[in-house]
Design a protein around this ligand. Structure first.
Ligand SMILES: *[C@@H]1O[C@H](CO)[C@@H](O)[C@H](O)[C@H]1NC(C)=O
Ligand SMILES: *[C@@H]1O[C@H](CO)[C@@H](O)[C@H](O)[C@H]1NC(C)=O
Ligand SMILES: *[C@@H]1O[C@H](CO)[C@@H](O)[C@H](O)[C@H]1NC(C)=O
Ligand SMILES: *[C@@H]1O[C@H](CO)[C@@H](O)[C@H](O)[C@H]1NC(C)=O
Ligand SMILES: *[C@@H]1O[C@H](CO)[C@@H](O)[C@H](O)[C@H]1NC(C)=O
Ligand SMILES: *[C@@H]1O[C@H](CO)[C@@H](O)[C@H](O)[C@H]1NC(C)=O
Ligand SMILES: *[C@@H]1O[C@H](CO)[C@@H](O)[C@H](O)[C@H]1NC(C)=O
Ligand SMILES: *[C@@H]1O[C@H](CO)[C@@H](O)[C@H](O)[C@H]1NC(C)=O
Ligand SMILES: *[C@@H]1O[C@H](CO)[C@@H](O)[C@H](O)[C@H]1NC(C)=O
Ligand SMILES: *[C@@H]1O[C@H](CO)[C@@H](O)[C@H](O)[C@H]1NC(C)=O
Ligand SMILES: *[C@@H]1O[C@H](CO)[C@@H](O)[C@H](O)[C@H]1NC(C)=O
Length: 573
């Protein structure tokens, strides 16, 4: 009876959590194409969203996605020149090593997450120009993503970082890491769901970070994004880049053939309808890709994705090879008219592609002998690989700890994943990572002397791996909940205001020698002389002799008795 009651209690909680998540999902997915856009640090008394004047997309304030931090405006001299509303405000995190935003997502779904950083001298310290390093880190979930390096950066500029990633859970966290070289901040966050088949190399273990994304031919704007791109990717116009070749721009208005089942990149048609080529007396085209000089390119592994469509005519005579440095990536590329062809190295990532001291890597498109026309290109994406093999804490444990945090209204910096990465484990928690390919579990919670008030949260008892719980020296009131304990071996509730009765489930576990229970300093102990009310550290051993010895003795007697009876019977026969 007791166990079936507790089972249903637990099921109920799981259901409630599931329902909450579904509700959150529904709330979020109603917007434009499932987009979530957050203007960090922006607050408005009238409403909690506004529509961006350029894209029409609704932007939320960030209050419901994180805790803590300070909201600020960039300095007045930069406000007038801000490119959009999001650049005007930001949220900074002077406290704590790690501060996370938690965004609603869906497990196994692919997302583009873009974070923007406009310093704008918001703190009046001229921090990016004072000569000292101004660097902080970013985590995507529980994995290191990239550093944001604002050293020597003009304070009016905006940096943006983009990652394509597969959500490890129904929540996706984005964390800012204080590296001791300046206060982390963020100006906006944009989460865009991608199609399931898109970017097929993405997995739980591999994400990619944006380096550059170009469209070729003549583009009217420096950046092409939503609504031209359904996924709100930023495409920079190549014609806006410095270049030395006599580039020729091509365009067409004919539809580009895109078989949806194999078009895993969904490049917008208007982008594919334009291309860059050369005059026919040239034989090769070098596409140089420059990355910010403030990026750490050491050890970077690159993944370029080329998009080609023959738009010059119906019977073209164009064949070319594609090289990265001196390495041949694709041989004899020959395009069908009005049909997109997307190519990327499938079996490896490219390493050591930057010459020392240079922030440029280049790709060469060279026509093969016998080809009449020189190469052509429509679009190019270049990413660097982000390994995301660190595991998140078991979601069950995460949910219970979140309940605890809410139950006691804890203001402490319990932020992001409880156990991962290891060096950012929540204060007071001990986790078990020993099962390498499984999610870490919480085995010990020590919230002794944490000013806890109210009743003992049942969530603690539901955590299937928790072995050691220390809630001593708090102000817990009420009774101890009756719940079948799973793995708890140490339960220290001493010096609280807990009253009886002590549930049978706990008494039994204690008497069986499976639980080290400490209750001294509670009203419950003024009502009788229980063993767990003494503060002897060895209550377990006392109990061992008190319980196990008699058990052994009784068993021995029974065995002896049976033997004696058997012997007697033998004698009678
Ligand atoms: C934003 O645009 C939507 C339609 O696109 C409209 O329904 C909504 O009222 C607008 N919100 C604001 C705050 O203007
Ligand atoms: C910031 O520092 C730079 C370099 O020291 C200086 O040229 C500039 O005037 C400073 N700006 C402000 C607003 O103090
Ligand atoms: C994975 O976790 C380990 C320890 O928890 C940490 O040192 C390492 O930096 C993490 N890896 C990434 C990619 O974040
Ligand atoms: C498209 O190409 C033609 C020449 O083929 C040119 O006259 C026209 O201006 C181009 N249009 C655009 C929008 O670039
Ligand atoms: C190619 O031809 C163009 C004119 O069509 C000329 O301006 C250019 O100098 C030539 N380039 C080479 C490398 O011969
Ligand atoms: C690459 O480095 C050069 C020299 O340090 C710098 O002028 C240029 O701005 C950098 N490129 C980008 C895209 O930041
Ligand atoms: C940060 O950027 C500055 C200026 O571009 C550069 O000198 C420095 O090496 C960068 N630091 C790191 C860690 O990338
Ligand atoms: C392409 O042009 C070359 C030289 O003009 C010619 O030899 C070759 O046969 C042509 N190829 C095709 C497929 O038309
Ligand atoms: C919990 O932490 C306190 C000090 O903060 C320590 O005295 C106590 O032994 C810890 N409890 C356990 C079970 O480790
Ligand atoms: C419990 O609360 C009382 C006041 O309500 C306070 O005086 C006492 O210090 C608290 N005890 C602990 C251990 O926090
Ligand atoms: C609570 O009891 C456990 C087990 O006896 C002990 O290890 C721990 O140190 C105690 N906590 C405090 C704060 O004394």
């Amino acid at each position: 009876m007791a166990s079936s009651f507790s089972c249903s209690e637990r099921t109920k909680l799981t259901w409630m959590l599931a329902l909450l998540l579904i509700l959150v999902m529904m709330l979020r997915v109603d917007g434009q194409s499932g987009f979530l856009s957050v203007d960090c640090g922006w607050t408005d008394s009238a409403g909690s969203t506004y529509n961006d004047s350029a894209t029409g997309l609704p932007y939320d304030s960030d209050g419901k996605f994180m805790e803590g931090g300070l909201s600020s405006k960039i300095s007045a001299e930069f406000i007038a020149d801000a490119g959009n509303e999001q650049q005007k405000t930001l949220r900074s995190f002077p406290d704590g090593k790690r501060n996370c935003y938690t965004l609603p997502s869906a497990i196994g779904k692919k997302f583009l997450l873009r974070a923007m950083f406009s310093y704008g001298n918001y703190d009046g310290l001229n921090r990016s120009m004072d000569g000292s390093p101004f660097i902080f880190g970013l985590h995507i979930g529980v994995n290191f993503w990239e550093t944001v390096n604002l050293t020597n950066l003009d304070p009016s500029l905006t940096l943006w970082k983009e990652v394509l990633t597969m959500a490890p859970a129904n929540l996706l966290s984005f964390c800012l890491i204080n590296l001791g070289s300046g206060t982390p901040f963020v100006s906006s966050l944009e989460l865009r769901p991608l199609g399931d088949a898109m970017y097929p190399f993405l997995s739980t273990y591999v994400s990619v970070s944006y380096l550059r994304r170009f469209r070729f031919g003549d583009a009217a704007e420096y950046i092409t994004r939503y609504p031209v791109d359904n996924y709100d990717r930023f495409w920079e116009g190549w014609s806006f880049s410095f270049n030395t070749y006599p580039w020729i721009s091509l365009n067409t208005s004919r539809p580009v053939n895109r078989l949806n089942s194999i078009d895993v990149f969904q490049v917008p048609e208007v982008i594919l309808q334009k291309a860059t080529t050369l005059d026919t007396n040239y034989s090769f085209m070098e596409v140089s890709v420059e990355v910010g000089s403030n990026l750490d390119i050491r050890g970077m592994e690159l993944l370029p994705i080329f998009h080609f469509t023959e738009i010059a005519g119906d019977i073209p005579n164009r064949t070319f090879n594609v090289y990265s440095a001196d390495e041949l990536l694709f041989q004899d590329v020959s395009l069908s008219p009005m049909r997109v062809e997307s190519m990327y190295p499938t079996n490896r990532f490219l390493t050591n592609r930057f010459l020392s001291g240079s922030n440029t890597t280049s790709f060469m498109l060279r026509k093969v002998p016998g080809s009449k026309l020189p190469p052509l290109i429509n679009a190019l994406e270049v990413y660097s690989i982000v390994r995301t093999d660190n595991l998140t804490t078991s979601s069950e444990d995460v949910n219970y700890m979140k309940e605890v945090k809410k139950h006691y209204n804890l203001g402490r910096n319990w932020n992001g994943d409880p156990c991962s990465p290891r060096e950012y484990t929540w204060e007071g928690l001990t986790c078990d990572y020993s099962n390498g390919n499984q999610n870490p579990r919480i085995v010990r919670v020590n919230m002794s002397t944490s000013k806890l008030r109210g009743v003992l949260a049942i969530s603690f008892f539901m955590m299937a791996s928790l072995e050691n719980l220390d809630l001593s020296h708090n102000n817990l009131t009420g009774t101890i909940p009756n719940y079948e304990l799973k793995s708890l071996k140490v339960l220290n509730l001493s010096y609280n205001q807990l009253d009886g009765p002590i549930p049978n489930s706990i008494v039994q576990r204690f008497q069986a020698g499976l639980l080290d229970l400490r209750l001294e300093g509670n009203p419950i102990c003024s009502k009788g002389k229980y063993m767990y009310c003494s503060n002897t550290k060895n209550s377990k051993h006392v109990m061992l002799t008190a319980v196990i010895v008699p058990v052994v003795l009784v068993s021995l007697l029974v065995v002896l008795g049976v033997l004696w009876k058997v012997c007697q019977k033998g004698k009678i026969k």
